[in-house]
Every structure is written in C-alpha cells, then in structure tokens.
Design a protein around this ligand. Structure first.
Ligand code: ATP
Length: 343
C-alpha cells in the first residue's frame, strides 16, 4: 500500500518535543504515513506567517486528517484561538476524549473507562462578547437546534457502534433553560427516536461532577456542551493520572484532527520532561480511524502494537516524571522504540 498523507502540526511550547517523540515511535512501528509538515500558532507567527496560515488550512483540506501538537495563541492581541479557529473552519463539531485507567499508573480508581463527547463549536465559545455599558460586559452563549441535534446524533451513533451501554448528558438546564434546555432536549429526542436500545441519563453538571470524583465507574459516555466539556475533560484526566495521559480527536463531516487534551504547557517547554503519551494515544486513535476509513488493517495492527508497547512500559514503571518515573520525553520514546524492536 502507498503511504497516507497526514498533516503534522508540531505546535508550540512542549508541542515540538512531544511531536518528535511520537513520530519517532510511529516510524519505529513501521506506520505507512507520509507526514506533511505545517505551522500553526506562535510558531507560525514567529515564521512571519498568519496564526493559521492558508498553506496549513489548504494542507488539512487536501489530506482531511492531521495530528496536532498543542498551539499557543497570544493573549490579548486580538487573535482568535488556534483551536477554536481550526474547529470552526473545518466544522469539527465533535471532540472525543477517551479516559481510561492505565496499567501501572497508580490513581484513586482503577476502573475508569469513560468517553467524553464535547460539542466543539457553540456555547460560550461563540466568541461574541461586548461591553453593554462601561463596567458591564457580556458573553453570549449560543446553542442552535442544528448544532445540538448533530452532536446528539453523533454521540449516540458513536456509543452504539462502540457497544457502549449508556450516555449521560451533564447540563445546567435548570438555570440556562433555553440553551442547555435545547441541548438536553435534542439528545433526549435522538435517544427516544433512534437509539432506545441505549441507556440515557441526565445530571445537573455540579452534582454530576461530584458523582464523577466519588464513583467514576458508574459513567460510560458523557455528552457535554463546549465549556462543560472543556472543564470536565481536565477533571476526568485527573482521575487517571493527569493531562499527560488523555488523548483526543476532533471530528467534522469531512476532516479529523487528532490532539492531546492538554495545552502547550509553557512552564515545562524545552525541558525534556513533558509526557508525550497523550499525543501518542491520540496518534493511536488516528491509526484506528485510518484503518476504518481507508479499510487498511495495517493501521489497526500498528495501533495495537503501539498500545501494547506503552501499556507494557507503564506496567514496568518506564514513565516520565508526571507519572512518577524518571525518564525524559526523548528517553521515554527511546524505551518504547526499544520495546517495539524486541517485539
Ligand atoms: P490550555 O489553556 O491550552 O488548556 P493550560 O495552560 O490550561 O492550557 P496546560 O498547558 O495543559 O494548561 O498545562 C497545565 C499543567 O499541566 C501545567 O502545569 C503543565 O506543565 C502540565 N502538563 C500539561 N501537559 C503535560 C504533559 N504532556 N506532560 C506533563 N505535564 C503536562
């Protein structure tokens, strides 16, 4: 088979070092991908280009798939966030974040196996803010019937295909009766009309968060609007070992961009201590997606080999500092590559 073109955006902060670690591991596993490098974020500005250069956008439109490191958006200079810009430009309305307990990573629970589905384009991320009068500012929360229906349908289709048993919507419809009410009603309609075989549950977000930290094993698929999804993703990351171990993917009808949940972590950038695992897990999600969409078992085989390799490394205590180990970013990648070579 010919290699598949995938756009690679190393991003900013810890982005380049974790991206390099991940591509080295994928290369060692023999993955047939032709990386198409692109710039986005601060690194694009530093190269004298736009925050989201047209060339990068064209490459994503052509390849339909990208692996992306975290990007920095300069604060307070009138720039729209890189992530928000990409999600809007390509209509990447569904963010998927699997959160599972990992072998060898000691946390309070060992039975977490959740999938967070976050609506990615609406809510308070509309970017519509204004000053009503001096001293009074306003931010607009937007929910559309179309947006709520499509994420509801996407979530149930996903849960059904993956043989998940239950979807829980976390909301605040008791206060935001119209916006969260619409989100909730659309999900309930999809359940009633199309997927009565799955369990459907709703919880007010504050009580839902308490249940999550007390007993995460009771949840299966969580469906949330944009801001709640952002916050609850980090909460759930904390249940399984932190931001270094939660991958993600953003899907539209045509394009898909795979990226870790964490940001560019400027506090540890360039220090060779960042954990590349979340991005590696995102790459594994990407390989499984390629296997499905290109009907090429090669990608699923590589995904399984890489997953088995990092599971074994974690179990043997070969980890970065955030997980209690003593390996640097590059040394962790070396350890995985050594294991792949032995397998
Ligand atoms: P954003 O607003 O883009 O989500 P943020 O500033 O909220 O970014 P992160 O950049 O995700 O947050 O970092 C939050 C904390 O988690 C930081 O202290 C950072 O060092 C740590 N962190 C994030 N990613 C990793 C990683 N891959 N490995 C180790 N520590 C990480």
């Amino acid at each position: 088979m010919n290699p598949v073109d995938v756009v690679l955006l190393p991003g900013d902060g810890i982005g380049p070092e974790i991206t390099q670690a991940v591509t080295r591991v994928l290369d060692a596993a023999g993955v047939k991908i032709n990386w198409v490098p692109g710039l986005a974020g601060q690194s694009a500005l530093d190269a004298g280009q736009e925050l989201l250069p047209q060339e990068t956008m064209d490459a994503i439109s052509r390849c339909k798939i990208a692996l992306k490191g975290p990007c920095t958006t300069p604060v307070g200079k009138g720039f729209t966030s890189v992530n928000v810009g990409l999600r809007k430009a390509f209509g990447l309305y569904a963010a998927v974040r699997p959160v599972r307990s990992l072998p060898g990573v000691n946390t309070r629970y060992d039975n977490v196996d959740l999938v967070i589905i976050r609506e990615n384009t609406e809510g308070l991320y509309s970017g519509v803010e204004n000053e009503v009068t001096p001293g009074v500012v306003m931010s607009m929360k937007v929910a559309t019937q179309k947006g709520c229906e499509r994420i509801g349908r996407w979530a149930f289709r996903f849960a059904n295909r993956r043989e998940r048993r239950k979807i829980t919507v976390l909301h605040k419809a008791n206060i935001m009766k119209m916006t969260d009410g619409l989100f909730l009603n659309c999900a309930a309609d999809v359940h009633e009309n199309d997927y009565p075989n799955l369990q459907f549950e709703t919880a007010i977000i504050d009580a839902g968060c308490m249940r999550l930290v007390q007993d995460p094993g009771q949840f299966d698929v969580l469906l949330l609007e944009n801001l709640y999804g952002d916050v609850v993703s980090d909460l759930c990351a904390g249940l399984v070992g932190g931001l270094g171990v939660v991958p993600g993917a953003n899907f539209g009808d045509e394009e898909a961009i795979f990226e870790a949940v964490h940001g560019s972590a400027p506090d540890i950038a360039g220090m060779n201590i960042a954990n590349p695992l979340a991005l590696l897990m995102s790459a594994v999600m990407m390989l499984n997606y390629l296997a499905e969409t290109k009907h090429e078992p090669h990608f699923a085989e590589c995904a399984a080999r890489i997953r088995d390799t990092y599971d074994a490394a974690l179990q043997a205590g070969e980890t970065t500092k955030d997980l209690g180990g003593n390996l640097g970013t590059a040394e962790f990648a070396d350890a995985l590559i050594r294991r792949i070579g032995q397998g």
